[in-house]
Structure formats: C-alpha cells, structure tokens
Design a protein around this ligand. Sequence first.
Ligand code: RNT
Ligand code: ZN
Length: 412
Amino acid sequence: MTYETARAAFAEWGVDTETALDRLSHIPISMHCWQGDDVVGFETKTGSSGGGIQATGNHPGRARTPDELRADLEFAYGMIPGKHRLNLHAMYLDTEATPDRDEIEFTHFEPWVQWAAEQGLGLDFNPTFFAHAKADDNLTLSHPDAGIRDFWIEHGKRCREIAGQMGAALGSPCVNNIWVPDGYKDTPVDRMAARARLEASLDAMLAPPQDNARMRDAVESKLFGIGVEACTVGSHEFYMGYAIRKGTLLCLDMGHFHPTENIADKLSSVGLSVDEILLHVSRPMRWDSDHVILLDDSILQMAQELVSTGLLDRTHIGLDFFDATISRTAAWVIGTRNMQKALLRAFLLPWDQLRRSEDGLDYTTRLMVTEEYKDMPFGPVWDEFSARHDVPTGRTLITELDRYQGTVSGRG
Ligand code: RNT
Ligand code: ZN
C-alpha cells in the first residue's frame, strides 16, 4: 500500500497523517549509551555494575573505547529517523586522566560534547552511584558512614555541574538523572534512618543552584533489585514526595514497579503534581531485566497516555534497556524505533471520536473504534516518515544492521 492510500484511509477517520508525521519529527528520544557496552564504562578500575543492574550475554561487538562507542552510536542514529539525544553516564568519561568519581570535571567529557555538537545531538547525564568500591555495600547517599555519603555527594555535585556545562555548550537543557542502588537484602530495622540520610544527602547535592535552561535534576525510584530484595531506600513514594516538595523531575522506569502495575496509568497522576517527568522506557520480564523494548501493549499505552494527557511537552523520553545476547547496535535501533512507532500510532488515533464516546459513557463505541483501528495501515505512514528522514526500513534495514554487526564482530 502506498503512503497516499494510507493517508486517505486515516482521513476517513478525520485524522491527518501529515500532522502526525510533523509532530513525530519534533520528539527527541534520549538514547542511553550503556546499551553499547553492557554498562561497563571507561574508567580504568571497573568492577561489576552491582546494585542489581546486570547485562547478560556475550554477543560479539561490545564497544571497548569511547571511539568505538561513538562509531556504533553514529551508525545507530543513522538508522533512526529524526534528531535525538544521547544519555551519558558519568563512568563513560573520555580522558587520559584517571579521576575518581569525586574528582570528575567537564573537561573529562569534552570529546563527547564536541562530538554531540557535530552530530546535532542533545546530551543528558547521570551520576554513576554503582560499579565502585564505595558502593559495594549497596549503600551510597544513605550509607551510615558520613565519609562515604560525602564522597557520593561530591560526585553528585560534580555531575550537576558537568550536566549544566553540557546543556550550556549544546544550547539544550541536560537532564541529570539521579539513581542510587541503596537498599537492603534482608529486612532492615530502621528504614526511616536510611531514608532520612538519603534525603539529607540529596538536599546537600542539590543545594548549589543551577540554571533550568542548562540542566534539570531528575530522581529515579525503584521497587527492588537483586541483592536489595527487602528494601530499596529510594522507593516510589520516597521520590514522588521528594520531587513534589523540591521541584525536581520524577523519573519513572518501567522496570521499577510491581509487574502488574501499569506505568502508563501513572503519568496523569504524577503529571498533576510534578512539572516534568523523565521516562526510562524499558521492558521488564519477571523482574527489572531491561529487555529491548518491543512495540507491545505497554509501550503503545505509554505513548497513548503521553499524547492524550498532553504531557508530551513536559516529558523527557529516555530509554533504559541493555541486552548483550544480540547485536548491541541493532538493540538500540530496534528499541528506539519502537518508541517512535508507538508515538506515531498514538498521533494517528481518532482522539475526538474516542473522547466523545468516553464522555458520553458509550464504551461500546470506544471499544469498537480502538479494535477496528488495529487494522489501520500504520506501516506505510512509518515508511514515509523513515523515507523522509533518509532511513531504511524492512529488509534493507535488516541488511544494514547485519552488515554493521559484521564490522564489529572481531572486537576482542
Ligand atoms: C537501575 C536504573 C538506572 C540504570 C542506569 C544505568 O535499575 O534503571 O536507570 O539502569 O542508570
Ligand atoms: Zn532506569
């Protein structure tokens, strides 16, 4: 089917595909660097990630240096329509120097900033509170030892400063997302003390004022992780309260809730209380497993909520998955495009009719429309979007992904 035929089919429902294509081209997705190297980073002394984060698999082609990671990213962005962002973690510094986490500076990230400017990418940032000897107890900002807390507070402060400079250099606010692994394997006796320490550390870290036009802080909650099954200090309630009281962004990671909770359903509630939301779009399988996102119901519902609530303008869409059993570049491309495809489908829904049915308590029509709509020709509209952005689809895309993987398979 041609794009023109598909366009006419949507027009019959009162939907303009051109408007949808235009809206989609203005939505940057923040692609996470850590899918490219299994969350290892470029520090000289690295241990395992810890904190319940685990990439599994040994597919060839893991990026071992910043240059390899940038080459892989350039290829991936070339297979993804539109202009996007890169989400960097502090442990991905690019420098000959060997600063500890409490010594990092903007200069250690300058090659990334220069490259991002050349590529027309925005940058987002994350302090790295794991994969470090001072995080081995799975306690950082909430550690009972003030010395360890201070070390991490200093790391966090430096990251905020680096994020601000990144945002200033690229003319686009850098979202600095704070996630700490802090928690307990077995039932703690004083949760309040741990949470009070986390709160005080966050307050100290966030005290230096930063310009909203340069950087914005986000806080990310979690339900549990491997090794911290009994209690996560930074729980959803903890951070939701914190974000509301302190005016930070709230980060919702789709793998950080009970498996039967619908994260899409949370947007409208959270959006009433916080100014901006950060998403970590992910696919948990039985636990926070961070599988590559599919074009499945959870992603489609997320996109629909973003569009129907009008929260798209106040939401930063970041991705958070890592699979080391498949081509890492293909993982980026597949996942990022799926997020875009979900948004496109949401833009193409006949919202007026759906809202009218719902407001008139006509749930039959609402159900008939959403189900009949599943047969609509979304594919040709997506192909048109990709063609306009010079990006292949279908079998050509698969050939390209295979070809690139062939060039990196020999990496040791
Ligand atoms: C961990 C969090 C966090 C990390 C990244 C690497 O459970 O989801 O966002 O995945 O910071
Ligand atoms: Zn996350």
